[in-house]
Write a protein that binds this ligand. Structure first.
Ligand code: UDP
Length: 244
């Protein structure tokens, strides 16, 4: 079997390393239309079990990277061969680096008012060649969505970063994929909060030990309810493995 993707609890996850994901991202500029990148973790895979729309969105994305240590463990248990975690935040960094080298422009959509602007300022102070096509907060009504799309398209951005929280951002990107004009749209969740300085990424030691989720729990205990998905995921993976 060499399909380029695996299935974890029925959800498509692409068999890509960090380098492979970056290489695939580069090919998106040679193709027509907006290419989509989604970064599911364990929690999203669990959500997609009960959310047919989300499952469909992930099925039809252009690149689905394994952003969660739980997915790597599940792959080990099933013997599927996912070799490493490819996080949204690392992917975003590589994309920013590419934009910096090539002078491409980015648009950031999402976060509370002011967050995307601050994130953009911080990005530009680190990557001086990146062009800002614009920013917009992520709190708008459904009636305003088309105006938001117009604003993004008028900005002529090359890459659109969408931070509306998962799974809202994935569904939103999929809904407008055909009318968007950016080359790439990616759901980046809390990464914009990290770039704005409102949230911190876990220290390297937590990341290396596969405990980034634990750090996020320590720093934001309200996540406990969302994180209940993790033990449920592990149980489900073990049960389905035993069923063969
Ligand atoms: N967010 C938004 N609009 C919404 C809901 C959420 O812009 O309608 C933003 C929120 O302010 C935060 C980001 O989405 O900056 C990520 O949310 P969350 O913490 O749920 O992200 P994830 O767990 O996906 O990283």
């Amino acid at each position: 079997m060499n399909k380029g993707y695996v299935r974890i609890l029925g959800i498509r996850i692409d068999k890509l390393t960090n380098q492979g994901a970056y290489n695939k991202f580069l090919t998106f500029f040679d193709e027509k239309g907006t290419k989509t990148i989604y970064t599911p973790n364990t929690e999203i895979v669990m959500k997609a079990q009960e959310d047919e729309e989300l499952k469909e969105v992930l099925e039809n994305g252009d690149m689905i990277i394994p952003d969660g240590i739980g997915l790597i463990y599940a792959s080990k248990i099933y013997g599927l061969g996912l070799s490493e975690r490819v996080t949204g935040i690392d992917m975003m960094e590589k994309m920013l680096d590419y934009c910096n080298k090539t002078g491409k422009s980015i648009f950031i959509l999402g976060g509370k008012p002011g967050v995307a602007e601050t994130a953009m300022m911080n990005i530009q102070s680190q990557y001086s060649n990146i062009l800002s096509a614009g920013t917009m907060d992520g709190f708008f009504s459904e009636d305003e969505e088309l105006k938001v799309v117009d604003k993004i398209n008028e900005s002529k951005c090359d890459i659109l970063f969408v931070a509306l929280g998962a799974p809202k951002q994935e569904k939103w990107i999929a809904k407008y994929q055909k009318v968007l004009t950016a080359s790439v749209a990616i759901g980046v969740g809390g990464c914009v909060d990290v770039w704005s300085g409102n949230a911190k990424r876990a220290p390297q030691v937590f990341i290396k030990l596969g405990l980034e989720w634990f750090y996020r729990l320590l720093t934001d205990p309200r996540r406990i309810f969302r994180m209940m998905a993790i033990p449920k995921f592990i149980v489900k993976v073990l049960i389905t493995r035993n069923k063969g």
